[in-house]
Design a protein around this ligand. Structure first.
Ligand code: FE2
Ligand code: FE2
Length: 279
């Protein structure tokens, strides 16, 4: 039996029908697998219920929700989804609720989860945190902490965190996780924002799963914010892996998408709202 992926929340839409799909800054993807239906991330909270209804996705059927990290544009729809699912397992990294801030033009913003953990638990969230790779099912592995090995992947300097002593530091985003999906065609790597860096994520995915073939990457790559050196190392690595499909969105940005499209041609696609993939 196949796996069916539907991009539910993303910055852009790629379908005219059904009428009324909406884009927002964020990412969410629905998974229909032989072992049940799951949600990976929940967007910013403005579009998920609208898009799910129009795309025929029923959240009462969900077996669980996985989170890529605690940023608001991935966790913002959780409260609305919980109102439908009631009690449901949630899989995430233990640092999901840690301090996540940004500073642009001197203005500090809180990018973290918008509600206290206890409030979400009252609505039915059953949190399962793991810093180690975690098998949600035999086929779905949530990465846990991704080792930062590649020096070229410096992270985004505008993302900050507050320490216990209220000191501003570059946000380590230890909670940045990806979902590794084992399929007969090879590994599918589902990305939230890829704050850990795509090179680090790919290395970790291959090591954890023991797979050698990456069939597809799907989701946000954060290449919008990277150096030319990182972009070029990433493009080279994707080429070396001979990936069949590269579906990027969200924080990939137009520059990143253009460079991927130029290098990978037909293998590249924009993972916009409404894109459905059968594997
Ligand atoms: Fe994001
Ligand atoms: Fe993020």
């Amino acid at each position: 039996m196949s796996i069916h992926l539907t991009v539910l929340c993303e910055n852009s839409i790629d379908r005219v029908i059904p009428f009324g799909l909406l884009g927002e800054h964020g990412f969410a993807c629905h998974l229909r697998t032989p072992e049940g239906e799951f949600l990976f991330d929940s967007g910013s909270g403005t579009t998920i219920m609208n898009n799910a209804k129009l795309l025929g996705i029923d959240f009462t059927k969900l077996q669980g929700i996985m989170f890529s990290h605690g940023h608001y544009d991935h966790t913002g729809g959780l409260k609305q989804v919980l109102e439908t699912t009631k009690s449901i397992p949630i899989y995430a990294h233990p640092d999901m609720f840690s301090s996540h801030l940004s500073k642009h033009a001197g203005v500090m913003r809180n990018l973290g989860v918008q509600w206290p953990k206890a409030e979400l638990e009252d609505l039915g969230a059953k949190f399962n945190f793991s810093a180690a790779p975690y098998n949600v099912t035999d086929q779905l592995i949530l990465s846990g902490t991704i080792p930062r090995i590649h020096k070229v992947e410096t992270g985004d300097p505008n993302l900050l965190s507050l320490t216990g002593e209220n000191k501003e530091i570059t946000d380590p985003l230890h909670d940045d996780a990806s979902l590794y999906i084992k399929t007969p065609k090879g590994l599918v790597i589902l990305l939230g924002c890829a704050h850990a860096g795509l090179l680090n994520i790919i290395d970790h995915a291959l090591e954890v799963t023991g797979e050698t073939k990456v069939h597809m990457i799907l989701g946000g790559t954060h290449l919008k914010f990277c150096s030319d050196e990182q972009m070029s190392a990433t493009l080279d690595r994707l080429e070396e892996l001979n990936i069949d499909k590269i579906g990027t969105s969200h924080c990939t940005g137009l520059r990143g998408a253009r460079m991927l499209a130029e290098r990978f041609g037909e293998r590249f696609f924009s993972a916009s709202v409404g894109v459905e993939i059968e594997i």
